[in-house]
Design a protein. Sequence first.
Lengths: 268, 451
Amino acid sequence: MTAILRNNVDVDGPVSAGPMVFVHGFGCDRSMWRDVAPAFVQTHRIVTYDLTGMGGSDLSAYEPRRYADLQSHADDLLEILEALSLRDVCLVGHSIGASIALLAANRAPERVSRLVMVSPSPAFLDDAEAGYRGGFGREEIEGLVGLLEENQLGWSMQMAPTITGQPVEAPSTETLTQSFCRTDPEIARHFGRVTFFSDRRADYERAACPVLILHCSDDALVPMNVAEWMRDRVPDATLEVLEASGHSPHMTVPDKVVKTIRQHLGTA
Amino acid sequence: MSFERGDGLDVATELIEDAPCGIAVTDPDGRLRYVNKTLTQWLGLPPGGDPSRATFASLLTGPGRIFYDTHMAPMMRLQGFVREISCTLDVQDGPPLPVMLSGVARRDAQGVCTRFDYTVFDARERRAYEEALRRAKREAGELAAIVSSSPNAILRVDSGGCVRSWNNGAVRLLGRSAEQALGRPVAEAIQLLDRPDWFMREARALQDEAEISFEARHASARDFEVTLAPIGERGLPGASEDWSVILRDVTRRKQAERRLQVIFDEMRHRMKNTLGVVAGIARQTLPRPSAEQLVSRLQALSSAHDALIRPDDDIGSEPVVEIGALLAFSCKAAGGPARFVIQGPRVRLSARQATSMSMALHELVTNALKYGALSSEQGQVRVDYTLDGSGETGPFRLRWREVGGPPVTPPTRQGFGSKMIGLVLQAELGAEVRSEFAPEGFRFEVAFTAG
């Protein structure tokens, strides 16, 4: 299966325009970009996709052993860039998607020329020894994995209609079940672990291209000191703090996000 | 149904404030705009809330805060609702409270998100039940993993003798896929030589035993150890009475056993032949009385080897001898049951102990015939022995008492027989030996740890 099919890739915008590829984070899928990506469709070649194992991607391709390493998601992204023959790419990643974008940029600097990171964090776990406060302890992350097990978000409901003989796609069932952010619970738990236990500080410290960091002033997942750590440690990084609360400014304040990215890409 | 005019507002306020569930309203970015009294009390917050906990996420424990940001907030925006989310309230000065929450996003006429409304239900009981379910599921999963990865064939068979489950071990061991085996009579799916209807036969024979185990040869010429055990409670009305059937491949062990048996028989055969040859040489070399004495001693030794058997249930261990067989053999030549009263439990001796004991018994019998009780017609030998502890091994004590013989006078010198007894029992076995030339009859006692 090609990377395009595997990762449910969607392409829009002028063929010759500079490419922008959006990488979603943990918890949802590419639909998270629906208030941001279209804003660039006049000026850029827009690519959105689902990480392997999420959304409309080929779930059978999610081999737990392979995807225990975040780099595998970055390799998938590079396969997509290659399949679309994209060069001089601006990668826009949210949260763990930002780390995936960074790993891809570091591995293939010849393809990726800019990084836009929305609410990124190099490591969510505290590292007392290094004086790094990621914001979370091991127990809280274990607790999250437990929550993911408890909350299957309609995954089991999705299976239910086939048992009673109704087609899954019937509109009545679709509107009743929680269809967004629905992930195979096994994959959700696995990717949750990979996300929140990953520590990519060393990779952030050798980012291979200019980085724009968007950070919300009141982000419950990423403390301000982590944003400052990135501003100080990531080479050629610019930190923009958005007056907003939450971890997903691309959903809560998409206009601010679009405006800030435009300013930095010089296409305002 | 509607409220009385005039009461409506009060009732509605009370309904919301004191609802049997928590109610919270937030801005689309998660900032709290309203928290009802029930939820405030659950959280242990002062009336009016706590300014340091100004967002919906801040009401939740750490994992819940992550889940809010990664899942709930995006879902509220993208699909407009969340339903039956299991998470936990971070209670001020109290244990965390498991809750089930649902939310709905409100939009204005232009479709712009204006607020999120949440209802929060106490889910302590439900959580405890779900936790028990999950634990049971995990345990079942672990057991299933053990069964499916076992090298043994492990199957479930229903009371009618048909295969209900067939693990990977069964596929490997019996060369038959689960599809080929499921639903078929197990005695047909697994054909054992000379046991056409083995399952029903064994199941019927089981009665109240916990399990039954036997060894049999499979049609593929492999040997299996087969164990049948009932699953679940017997005799419960309506409960299925299924069986677990476990097959272990013992082909290699059986081959080794057969080889050992051949070697063992060959050894015994050669040993006897050698002793026979030595007896022949003795007869031709020594004066007749001495020769006969030696030959009878050699025969005693040879008889000990004949008595060597191996216990069926402990293949591969050293050969052992049952003391009763040894005594019977030793006493036969001297009149058998007519002259001997033997009493004692089953006791297993090691090969070495058996050899020493048979030599000693031979000397005792010979002396009794020559000088002791057996030299007169009424004389008898009473042998009784005891064993401490359970099983057939342990501290062993044998008493030899001669009665009804001529009066005993202690010998002036120790004969060869007595020396021999001391030699084989004390030096060889480290046994405790005592002999007494009592006037009414010779007595002898030996004690060692049998087995």
